[in-house]
Design a protein around this ligand. Structure first.
Ligand code: ACO
Length: 376
């Protein structure tokens, strides 16, 4: 039975419509300066009138399947993480299954707020390691712009729309998804909530008038929770993978707020060179944020075979999820530029000599695996 799960395809989609902080200045009492200094966000993408969570998930999934060179008919499982599905039911994963023609795949949605993608990765990976499935599509997709109160400056400036997808394959080859840490604290549920539209407060004239179908958030409390849980869960996942912080080449945190990301990196003793940030261009895309960031890290040649990557999400629930991935895919991209290699080399000089040699050993091992055909 296959004991490992590898990422063999990846794709992202963001709407073309850009909303800048200056656009928001015309809508609510805010300023570009406030948003940038308090959150690190400069702009975000907003879905067009014909775009939905499903349509963006479809674009990202097609790209991921193309990278994996994979026929959707070979998929056994589709999991979509989203807080903004097209409908309460049917699941967005089922819409995706139909549109892709993935006729042999089981499909369901998963709700864990901004931690949803890491939760979905864990669920799919463990179903694969258990031997139930061999090939899965895991998607994080959101159209948060449709549940934002565009008169509430404390929330509407923070979020954006988009989708990201991974194709996973079960394998005998060590590596891939190495460890997961998932957690929740439901006592903080009301800190980040869409109160209306569920069975407790179904849509009615009064729920609409009271704006209960929009995101309500206690930003200060969520901030404190995030700053505490991000480094804690990341460290737990690193330990569960048998590694140490200095073994981590890239940290891909949920992109909610640059200040939260910096404080987590500091608590983990990780220099910002080893942290991936794109919150400035997309804002918080909830369950889509980690896979979009992962795809961009690949596009920017930030990952090399053998690298260890930590993914961390936190969000509504309250929930959190961290995963460690050993990147072992030979990338279909050109060689990194000399500048990139130099930057990496300088980054390594910051780590201890022993960790440098450990990395070197892993690289040689990976290379040997590729030469002997042991790796994917
Ligand atoms: N423009 C200008 N002023 C603003 C804005 C705005 N957009 N929003 C709030 N303010 C004001 C407030 O009214 C407040 O004014 P006051 O002091 O007169 O009352 C002042 O700015 C400070 O407000 P704080 O809430 O203390 O600001 P803070 O520095 O905490 O930043 C923020 C707010 C950015 C929301 C921060 O708390 C945060 O990022 N929290 C985490 C949010 C998060 O990560 N949420 C996503 C979770 S993931 C999911 O599942 C969806």
């Amino acid at each position: 039975m296959a004991r490992y799960t590898h990422i063999i395809g990846w794709g992202k989609y963001v709407p073309s419509q850009v909303m800048t902080n200056h656009d928001l200045e015309k809508m609510v009492n805010t300023s570009d300066e406030w948003i940038r200094t308090r959150t690190g966000i400069s702009e975000r993408r907003i879905a067009g009138p014909k775009e939905t969570t499903f349509s963006m998930a479809l674009e990202a999934s097609r790209e991921a399947l193309q990278v994996a060179n994979f026929d959707p008919r070979d998929l056994d499982l589709i999991v979509v993480a989203s807080a903004t599905p097209d409908h309460i039911f049917p699941a967005t994963a089922c819409l995706l299954q139909d549109a892709l023609g993935a006729r042999h795949a089981a499909a369901f949605d998963l709700s864990a707020g901004c931690s949803g993608f890491v939760y979905a990765l864990s669920v799919a990976s463990q179903m694969m390691v258990a031997g139930t499935y061999k090939r899965a599509l895991v998607v994080g997709a959101e159209t948060l712009s449709r549940i934002l109160d565009w008169t509430d400056r404390s929330t509407c400036v923070l979020f954006g729309d988009g989708a990201g997808a991974f194709v996973l394959a079960a394998s005998e080859t060590p590596g891939g998804l190495l460890s997961f840490v998932l957690g929740s604290d439901g006592s903080g549920g009301d800190l980040l909530i869409v109160p209306g539209g569920g069975s407790k407060l179904p849509a009615s004239e009064s729920t609409v008038q009271e704006r209960l179908h929009f995101v309500k958030m206690n930003g200060r409390e969520v901030f404190k929770f995030a700053a505490r849980i991000m480094p804690k869960s990341a460290k737990q996942a690193i330990k569960a993978a048998g590694l140490e912080s200095e073994d981590i080449e890239l940290f891909i945190p949920h992109q909610a707020n640059l200040r939260i990301i910096k404080s987590a990196a500091q608590a983990m003793d990780l220099p910002m060179e080893r942290v991936f940030v794109n919150v400035d261009r997309y804002g918080n895309t909830s369950a889509a944020s980690v896979p979009i960031a992962f795809c961009e890290a690949i596009e920017q040649n930030r990952l090399m075979p053998g690298d260890h990557v930590v993914l961390v999400g936190f969000g509504a629930g309250l929930t959190w999820g961290a995963a460690v991935v050993q990147w072992d895919r030979v990338l279909p991209t050109p060689k990194p530029k000399l500048k990139t290699l130099l930057r990496r080399w300088l980054g390594y000089r910051r780590a201890s000599l022993s960790s440098f040699f450990r990395r070197l050993g892993r690289r040689i091992d990976t290379l040997w695996g590729i030469i002997t055909g042991r790796r994917l």
